[in-house]
Design a binder for this molecule. Structure first.
Ligand code: PBG
Length: 327
């Protein structure tokens, strides 16, 4: 055969394959989502997310220790309060679950980096991401509460805040209130490109945050829309977002690439609860190789352009990176 170009030359052995790798990853770009729950001495497994737990504040340090040992230094904190009400008042209570978890965790593990999810859905009795006006969320009334929540997180020690509610104008509202209170240095990672997705199902079990009626389609995006993702991303950058997130990851990788091309800020991809649950379930059946699938999913997010990856598999991925099976 008279062939000059043979792509297989660069696949001939492990060394050359690694040399020509286009996608390289680092543990420092991983963020682990962590659930803190009101109460004491609680470490309960989330039924739809095997291997993931809700921890009371006194138990959180055990998990932080494991993360720290695995070399995962960034966490995204979610709170599950004992009491929910119409206006989600536990979200911005200085003694709320996230605020207490932050104070305790920062004291015990000051070297970790604490990001907080800023949203109302875990705190409202109706499970929507903002306060209601009739049967819809009142966008502008919610902004004030989101900003208050973000400020209370920062005052309790958050290193970064991450609004995930999808209200219009929330990044600006948060930025202004943080700045007014002297927190100009705190970055905002916006869940800017967040779709109304069935992939959040297991999370809503975990956080007990499923909407009591209706759905989130008036605020989260329609999965059919890709150009609108750019609109959302650019708006949030204009409002002061330092990092833009695309969520879920696996079914929206085209948007990771497009948002990266359209902006000049770091792009994060969140491999959400449903992605994790699917892999776990299929692996349990013996139908797929869990580790290889987990690695492939991570590689695809980074290859698409993500610089930051949020995943429930953060510890396991870090191990694979350490052992050279990925990266
Ligand atoms: C809060 C929030 C959700 C997730 C992250 N922040 C749920 C939702 O919007 O319904 C989903 C995370 C996951 O599924 O892993 N609004």
């Amino acid at each position: 055969m008279d062939m000059i170009k043979r792509p297989r030359r660069l696949r001939g052995g492990a060394n050359i394959r690694k040399m020509v790798r286009e996608t390289r990853m680092d543990k420092s770009s991983l963020i682990y989502p962590l659930f803190a729950i009101d109460g004491e001495n609680i470490q309960e497994e989330i039924p739809s997310m095997e291997g993931q737990y809700r921890y009371s504040v006194d138990r959180l340090p055990y998990e932080l220790e494991r993360l720290s040992k695995a070399g995962v230094s960034n966490v995204m904190l979610f709170g599950i309060p004992a009491h929910k009400d119409e206006v989600g008042s536990q979200a911005y209570d200085p003694d709320g679950i996230v605020q207490r978890a932050l104070r305790e965790s920062k004291k015990r593990f000051p070297d970790l980096y604490y990001i907080t999810d800023v949203c109302m859905c875990e705190y409202t009795s109706h499970g929507h991401c903002g306060v209601l006006c009739g049967h819809d969320v009142d966008n502008d009334a919610t902004l004030e509460l989101l900003a208050k929540t973000a400020l209370s997180h920062v005052e309790a020690g958050a290193d970064m805040v991450a609004p995930s509610d999808m209200m219009d104008g929330r990044v600006m509202a948060i930025r202004q209130l943080l700045d007014k209170n002297g927190h100009k240095e705190i970055p905002i990672m916006s869940y800017a490109v967040k779709f109304a997705s069935a992939f959040y199902g297991p999370f809503r079990d975990a956080a007990d945050s499923a909407p009591a009626f209706g759905d989130r389609k008036t605020y989260q995006m329609d999965p059919h829309n890709g150009r609108e993702a750019i609109k959302e991303a650019l708006l949030d950058v204009e409002e002061g977002a330092d990092i833009i997130m695309v969520k879920p990851a696996m079914s929206f990788l085209d948007l990771v690439t497009n948002v990266k091309a359209a902006t000049n800020v770091p792009v994060a991809a969140y491999s959400v609860s449903g992605e994790y649950a699917m892999v776990k379930a299929a692996a349990k059946m013996g139908w797929i190789d869990e580790e290889q699938i987990m690695c492939e999913m991570a590689v695809s997010a980074y290859r698409a352009g993500a610089q930051i990856y949020l995943t429930y598999y953060a510890k396991e991925l870090a191990k694979c990176m350490d052992e050279g099976r990925i990266g």
